[in-house]
Design a protein around this ligand. Structure first.
Ligand code: DGL
Length: 272
């Protein structure tokens, strides 16, 4: 079996922001997506549980033919990537290191903000990754637990989203950040609202682009790329989507965000 298929997973629809980046950068590559919608949100869950979810999902993606795993979830990247790399003989990449590097590259005043889930902030993942690159950079992290449920409910720019964002981002502005990492793959869907609240003085970093670029280089080195990355447009290379919860909810939110249906979506009971 060819091992060029990319397995991507998240707690829900958030990973679609990463999948979109894969489709743009590697249009010939097949993708299998897993959204753990039965267990979303991940952000407030214990580390041991998050590791066990990720382990089962990766095993499933591998059984479905994936030969390269992208953690399209910052929370799982923060708490389980390092450990699971040792448990599986399949190459994996997460969002944290590439996202941190991109933020350090873009920040002019060395003052970087991070919004993320509680688990990602508690793990100190972005802060540690940034400090490894440049210990002098100041990092201001804020957990934003109300955002994922709003995005999963299909809310992008509602008064509730606006209110939550104002609360989470107010302190960031006061801290003088010039760069903000969107440290949860659900948040890029809120980019217009975030930009409106922060204004033009803050550069937003979605770690997906840097992560997919790094994945493309890594896959190329390993001989796992099919076709010409970024050059040829291959239509419908047969992507597949799986969710652990109800497919209809995932499809309708995905359709709202992406303007098209991610089909086919299969419900699969994996985690019980
Ligand atoms: N989208 C995921 C992340 O990037 C998980 C969010 C959640 O389920 O709390 O962190």
């Amino acid at each position: 079996m060819s091992r060029s298929i990319i397995g991507l997973f998240d707690s829900g629809v958030g990973g679609l922001t990463v999948a979109e980046e894969v489709f743009r950068t590697l249009p010939g590559q097949r993708v299998i997506y897993f959204g753990d919608t039965l267990n979303v949100p991940y952000g407030g869950r214990p580390v041991a549980e998050l590791i066990s979810f990720a382990e089962r999902i990766i095993r499933f993606l591998f059984e479905q033919g994936a030969g390269y795993i992208i953690f399209a979830c910052n929370t799982s990247s923060a708490v389980s990537l390092q450990l699971l790399r040792e448990r599986f003989d399949v190459p994996m990449i997460g969002l944290i290191e590439p996202g941190a590097a991109e933020a350090v590259r873009l920040s002019v005043n060395g003052n970087i903000g991070v919004i993320a889930t509680e688990a990602t902030v508690a793990a100190g993942a972005y802060s540690a990754a940034i400090k490894r690159i440049n210990p002098r950079v100041r990092v201001c992290s804020r957990a934003a637990p109300r955002l994922v449920p709003l995005v999963e409910a299909g809310e992008l720019d509602s008064p509730r989203v606006e209110q939550a964002l104002r609360e989470y981002l107010g302190s960031m502005r006061d801290e003088g950040i010039d760069t903000l990492i969107l440290g949860c793959s659900h948040y890029p869907f809120l980019r217009p609202a975030i930009e409106r609240i922060l204004g033009s003085g803050v550069t937003l970093v979605d770690p997906a682009a840097a992560t997919v670029d790094a994945a493309a280089r890594d896959m190329s080195r390993r001989g796992l790329l099919t076709g010409n990355p970024g050059r040829s447009i291959v239509l419908s290379p047969g992507h597949r989507y799986f969710v652990s919860g109800e497919a209809a909810g995932f499809v309708s939110v995905a359709k709202k965000f992406l303007g098209r249906e991610p089909a086919p979506v299969t419900e699969i009971c994996l985690l019980r």
